[in-house]
Write a protein that binds this ligand. Structure first.
Ligand code: TNX
Length: 531
């Protein structure tokens, strides 16, 4: 008799589990156990936020209110006490860093993380659960989640040079990344077409180098037409954005493009370029866009720039680029040639390596580590602590990992969201036509090619949004970003064996696109041809 009651109970509960509300979480968590029942959100609702997270308390409260319509009473503390929801840091949790546990039961809602970032990751999961219709009726389904990321580095780059995105737009972008448990915002602050960060010791960089159009040194380009176009972030703006991101668990990595992609620098300080008469064009058709390697004063200027940048960004890395340098500038420049002779170099890649090593010394001096595009591996040895952003293809990332460098996989063929999403849409095409399905298909650690030790060098994944084509139509940057970044978030977070396009597509279309809409993102929907 007892046994049959037990079996019946088991049967009934399994039935309810099947019927439990689908959570449709993105990125997919490591483990989710749903059970029968709902926690009824009481009124007034009390929340406690760990004191280590006190800077994030407003963010947590506002996000929760937005998704539930409830304004909770918030306190800062260390214990659950009589509260209904707790966000607590517990260093002793047996989880990888950034991991979290989320439990919703009749006792309330507990979000525990090993670190502050862990708690914030758990908060994002709770927000997704709270975005479901039922929550508006005041109930949250019982569930127990244990979760942690596959990769330490889950980044996204935004090019704010070719188009200038104001501070508020950048903050929104950071919010959307946080909602996807991404943790690095790579801020592409300088390029040929605009220098966007105030450097107090070199004011012309923004007085002149941040503007293009009639009467300006920078020619109109990338859709700015005949109008004066531009803008930059003051150091105060930068500090605010960095703090805003930190409250959301996101680190901001600045990128200063050197020695190529520097037309905005030579437009402001012409002496920085090589003294040559040739009109040498870069891949993008820009002239005079390379720092002179042989001009000794340039290293003082770089010291000033890196000193100021280091002071603004607490993140451990500064990205100093190194991509697409037209080294022909150096081949025609007497100072660079003299340097080549002096150093006994036989090709211009060695000059690039020389430049990079000197920059690296400056970066070290300001207690930062360097990140660079994969081209910096050419021309000689570099510091083994350099981080490599492998953009030209998966094989470049493999090569970097095999050489022992920490590597971020960001192959243009899969993670460049400036690429068009179908044959008929606007965007770059040089790497691939990349719809969300293709973006999702990217695997950062291809099986056969790397030993387990070498695999560990691949510390993460990143997407990039270059902005040459982002001038029109309105909100194109959102259209290019989502839902491809939703796909990227799952590549960076979820277990490899859990990756499944049909399953992801189901979660995306059942629930997640609605969440993106609620966040105010003008994402690209799915015309039938796109899948
Ligand atoms: C290559 S990726 C570039 C960018 C362009 C992008 C366009 C990289 C390091 N350099 O300057 O904007 O392609 O897709």
């Amino acid at each position: 008799m007892r046994k049959s009651i037990l079996l019946l109970a088991l049967f009934l509960s399994s039935l309810s589990i099947v019927q439990a509300q689908k959570l449709d979480l993105i990125p997919k968590p490591v483990s989710v156990q749903q059970s029968v029942g709902q926690f009824v959100l009481p009124s007034p609702l009390k929340i406690v936020v760990d004191k280590k997270l006190k800077n994030s308390a407003d963010y947590i409260t506002a996000g929760f209110s937005k998704n539930t319509g409830i304004n909770p009473i918030v306190s800062i503390g260390k214990k659950h006490g009589k509260n209904n929801i707790s966000f607590l840091v517990d260093k002793k949790l047996d989880l990888p860093k950034e991991g979290y546990q989320l439990e919703i039961s009749e006792k309330g809602i507990f979000v525990k993380g090993k670190t502050e970032k862990g708690v914030l990751n758990g908060f994002q999961t709770l927000l997704q659960i709270c975005s479901a219709k039922d929550v508006k009726k005041g109930t949250v389904p019982f569930v127990k989640i244990e979760d942690y990321p596959r990769f330490d580095w889950r980044g996204m780059m935004l090019d704010c040079s070719r188009q200038f995105f104001d501070k508020q737009t950048v903050k929104n972008y950071i919010d959307w990344l946080a909602a996807h448990k991404m943790n690095v915002f790579h801020w592409h602050l300088t390029d040929d077409n605009g220098w966007r960060i105030e450097i107090k010791s070199l004011p012309d960089l923004t007085l002149k180098g941040a503007w293009r159009g009639p009467g300006e040194v920078l020619l109109p380009s990338y859709g700015s037409g005949d109008k004066r176009y531009g803008g930059f972030y003051t150091q105060e703006d930068i500090k605010k954005v960095v703090a805003y991101a930190a409250d959301r668990g996101i680190s901001v990595m600045p990128e200063i493009e050197i020695p190529g992609h520097s037309r905005a620098v030579t437009a402001s300080y012409p002496e920085v370029g090589c003294a040559i008469t040739q009109e040498l064009k870069s891949v993008q058709g820009e002239v005079k866009n390379v720092w002179c390697v042989g001009r000794e004063e340039n290293y003082d200027l770089l010291d000033s720039i890196i000193r100021e940048v280091s002071g603004l960004f607490p993140f451990e890395y500064i990205h100093v680029a190194g991509d697409e340098v037209n080294r022909a500038n150096w081949e025609h420049c007497p100072k660079c040639q003299a340097l080549m002779v002096k150093e006994g170099f036989t090709d211009s890649f060695q000059l690039q390596n020389y430049f990079f090593k000197r920059v690296q010394k400056i970066v070290d001096k300001y207690h930062k580590k360097t990140d660079g595009w994969n081209e910096i591996l050419k021309g000689g040895e570099i510091d083994p602590n350099t981080l490599i952003s492998a953009w030209q293809g998966i094989s470049y990332g493999i090569e970097s990992a095999k050489k022992g460098y920490k590597t971020i996989m960001m192959p243009g063929q899969f993670t460049y969201y400036d690429m068009a999403q179908s044959e008929t849409e606007r965007g770059h095409r040089w790497a691939a036509i990349t719809d969300t399905k293709r973006a999702y298909s990217f695997e950062p650690i291809p099986d056969a090619d790397l030993t387990p030790e070498e695999q560990k060098n691949i510390i993460g994944v990143q997407g990039a949004l270059w902005s040459e084509y982002l001038d029109r139509p309105a909100r194109i940057m959102e259209y290019q970003s989502y839902p491809r970044i939703s796909a990227l978030s799952e590549i960076g977070w979820s277990k490899k064996e859990d990756k499944n396009w049909d399953d992801f597509y189901g979660r995306l279309t059942n629930s997640h696109l609605k969440r993106l809409a609620d966040m105010g993102i003008a994402f690209r929907d799915f015309p039938p041809t796109a899948i």
